[in-house]
Structure formats: C-alpha cells, structure tokens
Design a protein around this ligand. Structure first.
Ligand SMILES: Nc1nc2c(ncn2[C@@H]2O[C@H](COP(=O)(O)OP(=O)(O)OP(=O)(O)O)[C@@H](O)[C@H]2O)c(=O)[nH]1
Ligand SMILES: [Mg+2]
Length: 153
C-alpha cells in the first residue's frame, strides 16, 4: 500500500474507452447510472498508488476483449505485483448481441490466461454483479494483506 494513501486501499478501473468504467464507478459510489459519457484520464502517478486494478472489457465489444491482452496487460507490466480483477461489463447487452458477444466461459479463460485473480460480470444499467465487485476485490486484498478500508478512484 502506498503510504501517501493515508492507510486507505485504492483501486483503479482501466480498459478501453466506452466500456463502462465511469458508470461502474458511479454505481459503486451509490449514485445513479449515467447515460452520458465523459472520458477518464489516468497518469502514472495514479497507477503507482493503486492497490488493485479492475481491468474492464465490454462483453458486447470483441475489440475491447482483445485489447485486454494486446494493450492493457502489457501496460500493467510495470505494476505486475498488484492484483488484477477482470471485469466483463454491460452484460445486459449480451442477449441483444448474442452472435458476437463474449461468453462467460471466454471471460474466465481470459482471466486465467492473464493471471487475474478473479472474473466478475456486471452491468451498471441493470445493477447485475455490481455489489459483487467490492466483495471480490475485498477478498482478493484480504487474502494478501490485512486492509481495513477502501476508497474508489
Ligand atoms: N447497456 C449498457 N450501457 C452502459 C453500461 N454501462 C455504461 N453504459 C453506457 O456506455 C457508455 C460509456 O460509459 P462510460 O462509463 O462513460 O464508459 P468509460 O469506460 O468510462 O469511457 P471512457 O471514460 O471514455 O474511457 C455510456 O453511454 C453509458 O451510458 C451498461 O452496463 N449497459
Ligand atoms: Mg469514463
């Protein structure tokens, strides 16, 4: 844990643009689902202070799935001592795009391939799986270190 975090645990959501990171964050912060999008920007300093990464792809966007391995995991190499949870986002879209969508099975396969600690599916729109994110992240952190509080970034 970074000492400048004042004893709090910090997590960062990363992944392709438009996969739903900000909406997840808003849901986790207990505000409402947002229809409009505003881009996230992370810098090296933010990532240095992060204790756990929530690496996101959208289950209805195969490019975002492929970019997990081709872009995001290489980008995180510098922080490889820190745990990653793989998030499959926008699962409410799976039924409407079933021919091209990423199955749960493929999500789990990707999780294992990249060495992520867990795979969680969620939808900010329906609320499915959102509360599970913090449970899983807490478990992952508690198994490695004794952390008491958590802040979202
Ligand atoms: N159907 C559906 N749409 C979603 C969901 N989550 C987010 N969206 C929509 O997807 C768009 C992008 O959501 P954001 O949360 O802004 O995406 P982001 O990953 O933060 O995007 P960047 O900040 O640009 O990287 C918005 O129009 C949201 O309304 C979801 O669970 N289901
Ligand atoms: Mg955003």
């Amino acid at each position: 844990m970074d000492p400048s975090n004042n004893g709090l645990t910090t997590m960062a959501l990363i992944g392709d643009g438009y996969v739903g990171k900000t909406c997840i964050l808003k849901c986790l912060q207990k505000s409402s689902y947002q229809q409009n999008s505003s881009p996230n920007v992370y810098n090296e300093m933010t990532l240095e202070k992060t204790d756990i990464f929530l690496l996101c792809f959208c289950v209805a966007d195969t490019v975002s799935y492929e970019n997990v391995t081709s872009k995001w995991v290489p980008d995180l190499q510098h922080y490889r001592s820190k745990p990653i949870i793989l998030l499959g986002t926008k699962v409410d879209l799976r039924s409407s795009s079933s021919s091209t969508s990423i199955s749960r099975h493929r999500g789990i396969r990707l999780q294992k391939r990249i060495g992520a600690k867990s795979y969680v599916e969620c939808s900010s729109k329906s609320g499915q799986g959102i509360s599970n994110i913090i449970d899983v992240a807490s478990n992952v952190l508690l198994t490695s270190e004794n952390r008491k509080t958590c802040t979202l970034q």
